[in-house]
Design a protein around this ligand. Sequence first.
Ligand SMILES: Cc1cc2nc3c(=O)[nH]c(=O)nc-3n(C[C@H](O)[C@H](O)[C@H](O)COP(=O)(O)OP(=O)(O)OC[C@H]3O[C@@H](n4cnc5c(N)ncnc54)[C@H](O)[C@@H]3O)c2cc1C
Length: 662
Amino acid sequence: MYGDSRAIDGELFWRCIRLIARREDREMEEVMEIGGFSRNSKERRMPRTAPVLETAAIKFRPSAQSLIIPPSSVMATSSLPPKHTQVLVIGGGPAGSYAASALAREGINVTVFEASKFPRYHIGESLIPSVRHYLRFIGAEDKLANYGFVHKPGSAIKFNQFKREGYTDFVALGHNNNAWNVVRSEFDQLLLNHARASGAAVYEQTKVDAIHFDPSNPDQPVSVSWTHTPPQALPSPPASPTTSTFSRIFNRFSNAEQMPQVNGPVQGTTTFTRVIDASGRAGLMSTRYLHSRRFNASLKNIAVWGYWENVKSYAEGTRRSGAPWFEALTDESGWAWFIPLHNGSTSVGIVVNQKAYNAKADSLPPPPFSDQQTENAASTLAARYLSNLNFAPGIVDLIGEGKLVEGSVKTASDFSYSAPSYAGPNYRIVGDAGAFIDPFFSSGIHLAMTSALSAAATICASIRGDCSEALAASWHTQRVATSYTRFQVVVLSAYKQIRSQTGDVLADIDEDNYDRAFAYLRPVIQGASEMGARLSESELQKSLDFCVKLFDPTTPEDHERASFMNGLSRELLDVSTPVIAPEVLEKTLDVEYFGQSCDEDSGSDTEKAIETKMVLHKVNARRVIHSEYAINNMELENLDGYAVRLERGKLGLMKTSPTTAH
Ligand SMILES: Cc1cc2nc3c(=O)[nH]c(=O)nc-3n(C[C@H](O)[C@H](O)[C@H](O)COP(=O)(O)OP(=O)(O)OC[C@H]3O[C@@H](n4cnc5c(N)ncnc54)[C@H](O)[C@@H]3O)c2cc1C
């Protein structure tokens, strides 16, 4: 594949460097010195006929005291990857871009290698509001908020065709608490550009082919080999901060006809002191080297989706406008999504249990659309997709007379997976590279950012000496596993409801992670029983039954009514207070607020009381996931006696209580 790799003409490269240096001598000299170059030095000349690219060597001396590392090399501004970087990030998706931005803003020398050329297509369009908090920390919230993505004020979920849909109102917690539905190619491009603007050196079309480990410590990665296809045009905006020496040089490059031009791929190696694997589902570290990926038995699904035009929209003209619609399939085989996007198209997908998808293939009803609506959908995949939409009548209704965009049907095996560990000596694994949970709760980007921030904080902690590298790595693993387990339990509870089945669920949950994720929930679920016993099937089922209340069909009006109900304690409606045992909540409500004989009453008062109870149970269930929603949870939630110090310039880990030495 790489047989035609070409050597860079070293002479041309050096001519270019000399030319720039002549234009602004003093500054250029400084930069070349930092980069380990000397104008007269012959020793760094690259052999003209080298079969593999040798990029300019960098004398890089990381300092334990300071995170401020001088620009790594002149090469970082050209299309040529550096020979060394302090932190290498593999993959420029949301997880990689986020980690790179957070680290670069701490003054860390960080380089991103991204295999594709952005913008590139990606699925995963519905965000949750926590993403805003994460973006705020890296200074990207306004960029995203002002871009023009569809404002997502909440989301609608219909589990049962005989009941109204449930609606989660994000903006009830503040008008700025909305999320967005995003066209991922644009969202991901914005984030990658933000990493550039924050100071990261980003190399697109740079695929990491292999990771190499320290021969004396085989668990510790030390370098990567890569294949890089130099861009035809310079990336825009500049690949470096606008105020730095980097960018002034970059701007000269961008005006200079002497920018080295290389046609075709080149290969090289880059050493690093730390690496973050953000390679998405490819998951280089866990699939190729650690062999640690474990698939969830009960979530072996397939996703098929396409894009539609001229469809209706859910709750048009109301304050719910823009909210995506999720719907359980009536044959209990899975669920479907309907997500309006700002480019005029609407993403419509199904997620179906793989076995059920195959089993019903020969008995599917004809598609519920006219030939004109789907005229170019000739493939078997498209035909099965369209027929499966029969089981989502709400979505068929929303599609109305809409038309399927030609060639837009795509599929992905949607298997959920995790791993026993997401870090080791000098490496962290983030986003889908480590773990993936079924998209029912739209948690993918949230988990990508949580793990990316955890990776950045633990790397800073280890460099700054807040704790040992071993503790920092273990902290990262615990952080990722805890967040993952919370969403996993919520998603499994939804599946339990969708499929009316319970099989296999226990096998999927890692009990240790469960304990950590739900330390506060477990005694409630167990009632008065002792902590410490192994998690039993019935306890887990209780947890799932508890969490599924999150999806109860309440409306914002019900919530509003509850908040105005006389005598109702404010605490009962506050998601940030501790979880209340369901039995205790039920008793309190009956005795104190609704009277014992609520059921015997008749008419609309009874209905209202039932609705209000449903609201309070839903708020109670929200508490299990609420801690995930606020970024300051990273500061509050103690793992191993440490929490994140979430302060720009001081990002790291701080002790929260005496802890055992690692
Ligand atoms: C059907 C489906 C629906 C989804 N819906 C949602 C949703 O509604 N909301 C939500 O939040 N999430 C959703 N997700 C999940 C979401 O898409 C992912 O969680 C998210 O993209 C993870 O980001 P990431 O940065 O970890 O990985 P990615 O976005 O996949 O980025 C990884 C990057 O690494 C690069 N890369 C890979 N290998 C290499 C290499 N060797 N060298 C260099 N670069 C490399 C890739 O080119 C890619 O750009 C959905 C997922 C699926 C499958």
